[in-house]
Design a binder for this molecule. Structure first.
Ligand code: GLA
Length: 404
């Protein structure tokens, strides 16, 4: 995978110029795009995301005391906290590493202090899990600084706990899990009930395009919590712990007596869980056309039954589907804004990027960003990679700042 050496150099140089010595360690953790299996993780279902070749990087060195001092090149700010006295602060980027420290300590791990410089090229708020990337990168930094074993799934669960209980976002386990266990060239099927994972190779001759609508919706959290509650209500109708336990036949036998909204939400989740399993079969037999068809169905279900799409996401998906060589396209992530994802024949990808960009702009007046993403590895220690410590960080560096 093409690791972004540019970010590696930036954090290494940023560390050297700030702390006067090369960093002792460099860690990274990726963002993700979900191919299929949307709003299924908190229903104990299956998801099929891949880690992308965009990540949060941290260069770090040890400290003698038990403080963590972190400089963010994206925000141009330095913040610190004391591991012996963790307190929630106002909404700020430092709450992510602080929350991770809290979750790790609450699981019994003993942490040492460190100082570091962080930078991220996962677009923020775009539905590509920049926060999970930041959490897992911090956890990886704590593991190497405190010398404890890196257990990827366990770290993912602790980072999810940080996001749920410290940051206060009630997400499922998908984002942290894929940022921890991602595998180069593969998507990963995650069983969100027992947290087992299975890598599935991406089909040959196809690429994954991530298409940012350039829209961000503020009300995602409340709508997300509302969807979760509706799914719980639906599981209650069937007397089961989660919608994972309801087969389509059982749903069809009962649906007429259900509240119409709860019924639509349940139909999405139950059908999406099956589509995700079917998508794995399609990938295993190298059937991009079938995988694309399932992605299209997923979008339609998210749009009509789960009602988490938006005009812009629909416009992007429509633009993608009209292009020759597009196997399928759908919104990805929580919804209401952010990104869509498409599976595209690799030999037509340039025309695809140009064509989708132009027609989306025409339809919405917005300037989209389209990334062709490779599937990368999960959170890692990058100490063996060489970097240019002589380069000094300049605030006018060519790296796109977070959020762009
Ligand atoms: C967000 C959450 C995930 C998942 C998706 C929807 O990304 O963080 O846990 O629920 O939405 O599939």
């Amino acid at each position: 995978m093409a690791v972004n050496d540019c970010l590696l150099d930036q954090v290494a140089a940023g560390y050297a110029s700030r702390f006067g010595a090369p960093p002792r360690h460099i860690v990274r953790a990726p963002g993700r795009v979900n191919l299929i299996g949307e709003h299924t993780d908190y229903n104990d279902g299956f998801v099929l995301p891949m880690a992308i070749d965009r990540a949060t990087w941290i260069a770090l060195g040890p400290r003698a005391d038990r403080r963590v001092c972190l400089h963010s090149l994206d925000y141009g700010e330095t913040a610190s906290f004391d591991l012996e006295d963790l307190r929630k602060g106002e909404k700020s980027w430092i709450e992510y590493p602080k929350g991770v420290a809290w979750a790790l300590q609450s699981s019994g791990l003993s942490l040492r202090g460190w100082e570091g410089v962080a930078m991220c090229d996962v677009p923020m708020g775009a539905g590509l899990s920049s926060s999970a990337a930041f959490e897992l990168a911090t956890a990886r930094a704590f593991a190497v600084a405190s010398d404890f074993e890196w257990d990827a799934p366990r770290m993912a669960l602790l980072c999810q706990k940080a996001e749920n209980q410290w940051v206060g976002v009630n997400c499922g386990v998908m984002d942290q899990m894929i940022s921890a266990v991602g595998k180069e060239g593969h998507a990963v099927l995650i069983d969100c009930r027992d947290r087992s994972t299975q890598s599935v190779a991406l089909p040959a001759g196809a690429v994954v395009a991530v298409m940012d609508t350039a829209t961000r919706r503020g009300l995602v959290d409340s709508a997300y919590n509302e969807r979760r509650a509706q799914c719980e209500a639906a599981a209650g109708v069937f007397g089961v712990p989660a919608l994972r336990d309801v087969k389509m036949t059982a749903f069809l036998a009962r649906e007429e007596n259900m509240d119409p909204v709860v019924r639509r939400r349940a139909r999405h989740v139950i059908s999406e869980i099956q589509r995700t399993l079917d998508a794995v079969e399609a990938m295993k037999s190298g059937d991009s056309a079938e995988l694309g068809r399932l992605m299209n169905q997923s979008h339609d279900s998210l749009r009509d039954d789960f009602e988490v799409s938006s005009l812009e996401l629909n416009a992007m998906v429509d633009a993608a589907r009209r292009m020759p060589g597009c196997f399928g396209a759908r919104m990805t992530g929580a919804g209401f804004g952010g990104c869509a994802v498409a599976l595209v024949r690799s030999d037509v990808v340039e025309a695809f990027v140009e064509g989708v960009g132009a027609s989306y702009k025409l339809a919405t007046g917005l300037e989209p960003k389209i990334y062709i993403c490779e599937a990368g590895n999960g959170a890692s220690l990058e100490d063996n990679r060489s970097y240019r410590t002589y380069a000094t960080y300049s605030p006018h560096s060519p790296i796109a700042p977070r959020g762009e």
